[in-house]
Structure formats: structure tokens, C-alpha cells
Design a protein. Sequence first.
Length: 180
Amino acid sequence: MNKNNKTVGPMMNRRRFLSTTGVMAVGASAALLGGGLFAPDSFAAQQIGKDANATLLKMARDIYPHDTLENKYYSQVMDPMAKGAESDPELLKLLSEGVAQLDKVAMDKFGKKYAAIAKETDRVAVLKTIESSPFFQKIKGALMMGIYNNPELWPRFGYGGSAWEKGGYINRGYNDIDWL
């Protein structure tokens, strides 16, 4: 909804999707850059492949759709998972098989791999079919923690940070919100 309480096209669908996948929260890590969710030279990216890595990035952006955030913010929160996949064959298997499952559902529904589906609403429909899977929950949880607890991003979301140290929100920010 916008400030005039009118429904805004696909944003409502994305918001509804977000509300079914959990409440946003906290956590961030070191920055990586590349053409996928993991750094291209990471063990995980090399093991799951370039296409699967790009699919993970597209998936991440569809789960938490912030069009103004650069890819690096999605990628940086996945660094611990990429590092974990180096020593945890089960995690690597979860990622590899999860991307394969995502692509299979996309092929069954739309005749193309997930990353090749042009319409975001179609990709979200694919995600809804796997949202209860451990793979989806693992990616969603890591992103939720990493994006929404990144102090560098708080101003972009209109959040001024913790207020209890400064006397609480009654005298600091309570009347400043314009999105409610």
C-alpha cells in the first residue's frame, strides 16, 4: 500500500509473500562481490556451479525484494554459508540439491530454469512451492538475519537503530514515522 492506502501492483504480492515467510530480523557479515550469491572464487560457488550461484542470487532478491539494494548486500550475508559449505558436505548437498529442485519446479511450471523466468510474480510462484523446504528456510533465514541487522542498511529502511540507550522512542523518533 502507498501513503494514500491504495494497493500498489506487484508490491502487494511481494509483501504478502514476505508475510508468509517470516518476520524480518537481524545479523551481517563481510562483503563479497560477484555474479552470484557466493563469491565466484569460493569453494561453494565452484562446487555448485556458476549457473546455480546466479540462481541463488536471483532467489535471494525475490525472497527479500529491495530494488534499491545492490547485489553486494545480498551476497555479503551469505559468506558464512559459503565458508561453511567448504567443510560441511551436507550443507553443500543442501545447496546443490535445493537449486536443482528450484530449477525442476520452474521447468515444470514455466518450461525454463528459475533464473530465466522473466516475471518476478512467476518466480515467486515457484518459490511458494518450495518455501517449506529446508533449503528455502536456510537461505531465507540467513538473508533475514544479514540484511535487517546491517547498520549500514538501516537508514535505507528508515530505521534509526536502537533507542533504549538514548531514552527510548518517546523522545526520539516516535512521532517521526511516516510509513504507519
